[in-house]
Design a protein around this ligand. Structure first.
Ligand SMILES: [Fe+2]
Length: 332
């Protein structure tokens, strides 16, 4: 009897978990907060009906599949292999969650200094960027989105996608991390603007949230190891000693091996950013410390250059094993 109760409880909790994997984030302002540019009724229907529909249909479509355990961005990265239902609703959910955040009732928000500089360098001016995005939105035939993205080489680009596709999808023509998206589906503007999509696009800029876009730009351009200075410090001494050794110059490593051991130990005891904090990474860091100590012993004993070169190469491999472990789970 006890067992069957337990089974019932666990199957119920599993079912409730499965049926609500993705959720809408509460709208960070009232439906009428953007009046003048986007009317309350449009906002309410858009959020409570259209966007709510995408997330509900997404959860339904992925129920019982391995996608239940994946992040939304991970699903988007292999969406070309999934059904149109998954593609439309995973895109729909991601796009709208982003859209609400890049709108604000706050007046006159501005791009951060860093983003403003990148905009000027890429497009000439903020006005030129707005024009380019508005054009991308206006030219999108039927339904879709206009995007400002950060590409894999950390550059800004304007693009547009059809329906609920987005630049994170493996099938996107222009790939990148979206930092600003404008919904140009009729459901985003028709009640107030009817067929005048261009007027809606002009009004959009009055309620664009440049604080949020700047924050997203900062995240998208951040180096993977920016939060782990001890790793960068070790990498510096590694590359400044290893690369000369490849050309037969062992002087840098012979002079700096003590520093390398100290930095390897500092790396091992540093605070590891949560996304890399795994037993395998810790094991590799311990191996790295041992490898550098071994190298130091050899150099002190005046072991042959051939042996020193071999051991330094082993330190280098061990360091790259750490980096490999940190980047291996990117897709998850
Ligand atoms: Fe929409």
């Amino acid at each position: 009897m006890k067992i069957s109760k337990l089974a019932l409880v666990s199957s119920l909790s599993a079912a409730s978990f499965l049926s609500a994997q993705f959720k809408q984030t509460p709208l960070p302002y009232a439906y009428n907060a953007l009046e003048g540019s986007i009317d309350a009724q449009t906002m309410e229907i858009h959020y409570t009906k259209h966007a709510a529909g995408y997330v509900a249909n997404l959860n339904k479509a992925i129920a019982g599949t391995p996608m239940e355990k994946e992040s939304l961005t991970a699903i988007l990265a292999h969406v070309s292999k999934e059904s149109p239902t998954v593609r439309n609703n995973a895109g729909g959910h991601y796009n709208h969650e982003l859209f609400w955040t890049v709108l604000t009732p706050e007046k006159n928000t501005q791009p951060s200094e860093k983003l403003a500089k990148a905009i000027t360098e890429t497009f000439g001016s903020l006005e030129a960027l707005k024009e380019k995005m508005s054009k991308a939105g206006a030219d999108r035939f039927g339904s879709g989105w206009a995007w400002l993205v950060v590409t894999s080489d950390k550059k800004l680009a304007v693009t547009s996608t059809a329906n609920q596709d987005n630049p994170l999808m493996d099938l996107a023509e222009v790939k990148g991390t979206p930092i600003l998206g404008i919904d140009v589906w009729e459901h985003a503007y028709y009640l107030k603007y009817q067929n005048k999509r261009a007027d809606y696009l002009t009004a959009f800029w009055n309620v664009a949230n440049w604080n949020e876009v700047s924050k997203r730009y900062e995240m998208a351009t951040k180096g993977k190891f920016d939060d782990w200075p001890a790793l960068k410090t070790f990498h510096e001494v590694m590359s400044q000693t290893f690369h000369p050794s490849e050309e037969g110059n062992l002087q840098p490593i012979k002079t700096r091996v003590g520093e390398m051991v100290t930095k390897a130990k500092a790396l091992q005891s540093s605070s590891i950013p949560p996304e890399f904090d795994k037993p395998a990474v810790k094991n590799s860091l311990a191996n790295l410390v041992e490898a550098t100590k071994n190298l130091e012993r050899q150099i002190k004993k005046k072991t042959s250059d051939t042996e020193i070169t071999k051991t330094l190469s082993n330190v280098h491999d061990t360091f790259h094993a750490v980096i490999g472990l940190c980047t291996a789970d990117d897709k998850h």
